[in-house]
Design a protein around this ligand. Structure first.
Ligand code: ADP
Length: 615
């Protein structure tokens, strides 16, 4: 069987796979997907914790015991000044303060803090975005700072888990680097951060942070946190100051009650303070332990490949092999984010997964049902074809046996002229019948291949119908079926007379075959606008709507027809339909079980006047 590349089934399958893919992609950008991606990230994060290394960072925490002992948040500037004074002997490499000092407060307090800042080496102060504008520390404080850095939280996170921070942020046309990045630059004694579209260069350390994505830095949180000391402890045991020698100190509030900036880490640790997040980001930068987010185009390309593979697998393979490969594809889609994560590439989890599941499931279900239906259809067709062949074998055997027997008779016996003539006539008519049968077979093939060339001659409706009626009359009489004309036979068409006769004769023999004795058949030929309508109406067994849909299929016979005992091959109507279509026309059939059928050939009419002139 020839297979057309763009069959209806192929197009339907293609649309289904593309549809599944489109749904998967749309879902991949939903907030639910974002949540799943976040959870998957956290899981992968826990499975791939960063290598433990001694940290350059240390947190000096203004925690609840400190605040309780020193008068609470309203005393924060004095507390800060005291902390810096206590730190000074150890000469830390830098001190980054995660507190906003934007407003003026008690002059004496501010003066003390001013003084402490003046004596602090490499002071970095925090700034905050408020309604799109930077809320900088008081100028009297800023002047002692070597840098101002923002301490913005993870703006991408929708579930409260901090996974990354923006390395740069802009407000009222002024750009600020993150506090942690500034701390890193100063720790490395680098003057300037060199930026490109894809990364930042801090003294030769390349930080992959794409401009297009808002330059995020995925923080590779260290499981046990950054070393931390409570300010209260330091005040009580001044010798502990040695722990801060030459370190990058992050100073900030670490309180359960006072501060709002508590976050959750991918480890699931709750209540981690903002100052710790900054120290962790600094630590990630120090270790050069960077994650890169896969670009949207890469993700899209991967999902497309998955969808295409799913489509191809189920289009070209079937059975367990297709399901096995489909399962392998699903497994790959599950594994890829994990494998890439291990290689420091963050790949979304939901989009490839949904694209794999939806396309594999869609393709598999479609193929399962379609292939099954096609299989059933082709099995049905094979059975019908076998039956038809049996019928032809049977039909051919009859004339062949007659010819064979008769020729033997002539050869063996001395027959008189009359007998001889009778036998010769029989041989002649039987061989003609055989030839017709073979011709029919060949015509079917040639018609369906489109090889057959149609003659184009004027055909008069009356002539056509009458000659067919003459041929069918003996059959009808045998069953006492009356053949009547339904009005005057009128109209004409252009085409191949022989084929049209074949078609009408076939419809007439069917009408006789599938009618009970003592019924009648009405035949009409009448022009109807631009068309000629040739109809044959019987009072026979009829068909229901389901059967009607199939009667033009090759080798199809209704159960009723089979049960009637009438011999048939189920190809006559398929040829009739093709002949009519080749003439630019179509068939119209109405039928009701037990009541009868009406088959109408509708073909372009030839103007009668013109026909007359041509005749
Ligand atoms: P067959 O050799 O079986 O007659 P056809 O292709 O001519 O093959 O017809 C296909 C089937 O359509 C028949 O087997 C029969 O079931 C149904 N059919 C055709 N003509 C009639 C009719 N006039 N009345 C009822 N059923 C019909």
């Amino acid at each position: 069987m020839k297979k057309r590349w763009l069959s209806k089934g192929t197009v339907g399958y293609f649309i289904l796979v593309v549809g599944c893919f489109a749904i998967a992609m749309t879902a991949g950008w939903s907030s639910f997907a974002n949540r799943v991606d976040g959870d998957a990230y956290d899981l992968m994060f826990r499975l791939n914790p960063p290598q433990a290394a001694s940290s350059r960072a240390i947190v000096l925490a203004i925690d609840d015991p400190t605040l309780n002992a020193m008068g609470g948040m309203r005393n924060i500037r004095t507390i800060l000044a005291e902390a810096l004074e206590k730190l000074a002997p150890a000469r830390p490499k830098l001190v980054a303060i995660d507190l906003i000092l934007a407003d003026k407060q008690d002059p004496a307090e501010d003066a003390r803090l001013d003084n402490a800042f003046q004596n602090t080496l490499n002071l970095i102060l925090a700034t905050e975005l408020s309604d799109g504008a930077w809320e900088n520390p008081q100028p009297r404080f800023t002047k002692w700072a070597v840098a101002l850095g923002h301490a913005l939280a993870d703006q991408q996170s929708r579930d409260g888990v901090t996974r990354q921070i923006p390395l740069e942020a802009a407000g009222n046309h002024e750009r600020r680097w993150a506090l942690a990045l500034e701390a890193f630059r100063i720790d490395r004694s680098v003057k300037r951060i060199v930026e490109s579209l894809d990364d930042l260069d801090v003294g030769g350390v390349i930080i992959p942070a794409r401009y297009a994505q808002g330059r995020p830095l995925r923080i590779r949180f260290v499981r046990d946190g950054i070393p931390r000391l409570s300010l209260k402890e330091l005040l009580e045991t001044p010798a502990l100051v040695e722990r801060f020698r030459n370190k990058a100190v992050f100073l900030g509030v670490y309180s359960n009650n006072a501060a709002r900036d508590r976050v959750v880490t991918p480890f699931g640790d709750r209540g981690v303070a903002g100052v710790e997040v900054n120290a962790q980001a600094f630590d990630t930068l120090e270790r050069g332990d960077f994650f890169v987010d896969a670009s949207i185009s890469t993700v899209l390309a991967f999902c497309t490949v998955v969808a295409v593979l799913a489509g191809l697998i189920f289009a070209y393979l079937s059975g367990w092999l297709a399901y096995l490969l489909g399962a392998a594809l699903l497994l790959t889609a599950h594994m890829v984010p994990f494998i890439l994560f291990h290689r420091q590439i963050v790949f979304p989890y939901f989009a490839p997964l949904s694209s794999a599941w939806l396309t594999v499931a869609g393709a598999a279900i479609y193929q399962h049902f379609v292939v099954r239906r096609e299989l059933r259809q082709s099995e049905d067709e094979r059975t019908r074809y076998r039956q038809a062949i049996d019928f032809f074998k049977h039909e051919m055997r009859t004339p062949l046996t007659a010819i064979q027997g008769s020729s033997e008779l002539i050869g063996r016996y001395n027959l008189n002229d009359d007998k001889r003539k009778q036998i010769a006539n029989m041989i002649n008519s039987e061989s003609k019948r055989l030839a017709r049968m073979i011709q029919t077979f060949l015509d079917i093939e040639r018609l369906s291949d489109g090889q057959m060339e149609l003659k184009s001659e004027p055909i008069d409706g009356r002539d056509l119908v009458q000659s067919c009626l003459e041929r069918v009359r003996p059959l009808a009489e045998r069953k006492s079926i009356a053949l009547h004309l339904d009005g005057e036979l009128e109209g004409a068409m252009r085409g191949d007379r022989e084929l049209m006769e074949y078609a009408i004769y076939n419809l007439l023999t069917n009408a006789v075959k599938y009618s009970l004795p003592n019924t009648e058949i009405l035949v009409a030929s009448r022009p109807d606008g631009q068309q000629l309508r040739l109809s044959i109406k019987d009072q026979g067994m009829g068909m229901d709507d389901k059967e009607l849909k199939k009667i033009f299929q090759r080798f199809y016979r209704t159960k009723r027809a089979e049960a009637s005992g009438e011999i048939g091959s189920g190809i006559g109507l398929s040829i009739v339909d093709q002949i009519v279509q080749h003439h630019g026309g179509h068939m119209e059939v109405t039928s009701e079980p037990g009541k009868g059928s009406c088959f109408t050939v509708i073909a372009p009419a030839l103007q009668y006047v013109k026909l007359k002139g041509e005749l």
